[in-house]
Design a protein around this ligand. Structure first.
Ligand SMILES: *[C@@H]1O[C@H](CO)[C@@H](O)[C@H](O)[C@H]1NC(C)=O
Length: 435
């Protein structure tokens, strides 16, 4: 006792230092503000709410509502201030809770790899992807696209009529398959695969934080999953031309509300006041956007999307797709066949065994609507748009456009290089001048 008192009255130097340092750390920990969400004044996309039973799994703060909502005008966030935190590039590290979600901001967007599929001779598209991906802050690997004519009859899957399918669709299918086979062969935990004409919002990383929260909430992820998107998904369909929600598909419409499958497929993670969603009169797709407030985005169970602009596969998902769309059979174009796998799976949830068919290998597919990847139509010859279809020979486009993307990375390359204000595809000229 005496000894202790003596130490308190006359502490040795290192004890004093230790105590002071300890208090500083305590003060730091106590007073550091926790920001589970992005600063809503910069990206008004903070309200995530998931339908039960996923709500319990929703990350803390998933229901925070945003303070500001200057979304009425439908324009981009008030202004891009150069002193505001940059939401793109390698310096953006995320603000999500739980913090392991912030792994989606890494150099491969939280996946093991990112593959871009495209014909090697389309150097124009490779140049553009090199710039947009590095300026946004991620790294891609190329997988060479394939020309249909180079595929011998013997290599064409069971069930394929190559005349009906077209050589170009066959080539596209093979390009995707080669990317998917890399996931399986290299035993990657996951990969994002995209087509070579992709565009996205410069704020892709903050968007993916929301997507990861949604994916975890919808499939009830356990804590500390190996993937920041949770561990139960097979396919994350991030870029598509549009889709209806699965409960609205013909085979599901008549099911009773308390059906197990209906309850599963109705799950939605709603992102409200998302400034990266275009105004209502501009957003495109197959659902009735006007039935919900402007600037709403959903992470939801996949119905049957059209187009495979960009999708992620887990290792498990890649094995299912390589089996179902190549080794086992192929019935149509790649995008329809991938959608058909998801659709068979979702429509057999809760169905009695005799009606469930092959259950679509129980593939767990999630989508984002409106999508966060979309194909860019570059300025110049319109015939350059697609390597699958031939379009509008001779016609020229004056300015590049991408549907559904507000701050198009492709149209803001110059601004990202120069550090100047981002341009929205949807703001009118007067408002862009005033801000
Ligand atoms: C990014 O995060 C994912 C998930 O944790 C990981 O698998 C991947 O290797 C990371 N990428 C890089 C470049 O570190």
């Amino acid at each position: 006792m005496n000894l202790n008192m003596g130490a308190v009255r006359n502490p040795p130097r290192h004890v004093t230092f230790g105590a002071v340092a300890f208090f500083i750390i305590v003060l730091f920990v106590v007073f550091t503000p926790r920001t589970p969400h992005l600063d809503v004044s910069r990206l008004q996309s903070s309200t995530g709410s998931a339908a039960p039973p996923a709500a319990a799994a929703a990350p803390a703060g998933g229901k925070t509502s945003s303070k500001t909502s200057s979304s009425g005008s439908g324009s981009a966030p008030a202004a891009y201030k150069s002193n505001a935190e940059k939401l793109y590039g390698n310096d953006y590290h995320g603000h999500s809770s739980p913090s392991d979600i912030n792994r989606v901001t890494n150099d491969t967007l939280g996946f093991s790899k990112i593959f871009v599929v495209g014909l090697p001779e389309r150097s124009d598209k490779r140049d553009a992807i090199a710039l947009t991906s590095s300026l946004t802050g991620f790294h891609v690997d190329w997988v060479d696209g394939v020309k249909g004519e180079s595929i011998p009859d013997k290599a064409v899957p069971f069930g394929t009529d190559r005349k009906k399918l077209w050589e170009s669709n066959l080539g596209s299918w093979r390009g995707h398959m080669n990317a998917i086979r890399r996931i399986v062969e290299d035993d990657l935990e996951s990969a994002l695969i995209m087509e070579d004409d992709m565009d996205w919002d410069v704020r892709l990383k903050p968007q993916l934080e929301r997507v990861a929260q949604g994916a975890r909430a919808l499939l009830g992820s356990k804590s500390n999953p190996a993937s920041p998107y949770g561990d139960d998904w097979d396919i994350l369909w991030l870029g598509h031309c549009g889709e209806v929600f699965p409960e609205l598909l013909d085979e599901n419409k008549g099911k009773p509300a308390d059906d197990k499958g209906i309850k599963y497929m109705q799950r939605k993670f709603v992102i409200e006041k998302d400034a990266t969603v275009p105004p209502l009169d501009k957003v495109t797709g197959l659902i009735d956007f006007k039935a919900s407030p402007e600037h709403t985005r959903w992470v939801h169970i996949t119905g049957a999307p059209i187009c495979t602009f960009a999708y992620a596969l887990s290792q498990k998902g890649a094995r299912k797709v390589l089996f179902d769309l190549s080794v086992d059979h192929l019935n149509g174009p790649f995008d329809n066949s991938l959608a058909w796998l998801c659709r068979r799976a979702v429509s057999s949830v809760g169905a009695p065994e005799e009606k469930a068919g092959d259950r679509g290998l129980d593939t767990k597919c999630l989508s984002v609507t409106p999508p966060i990847f979309f194909h860019h139509k570059a300025k110049g010859m319109m015939s350059g748009d697609s390597d699958i279809q031939t379009v509008a020979d001779g016609a020229v486009r004056e300015k590049g456009v991408t549907e559904n993307i507000v701050w198009s990375a492709r149209n803001n390359i110059r601004n990202m290089i120069m550090g100047t204000r981002m341009e929205s595809q949807y703001e009118d000229i007067s408002s862009s001048k005033s801000s």
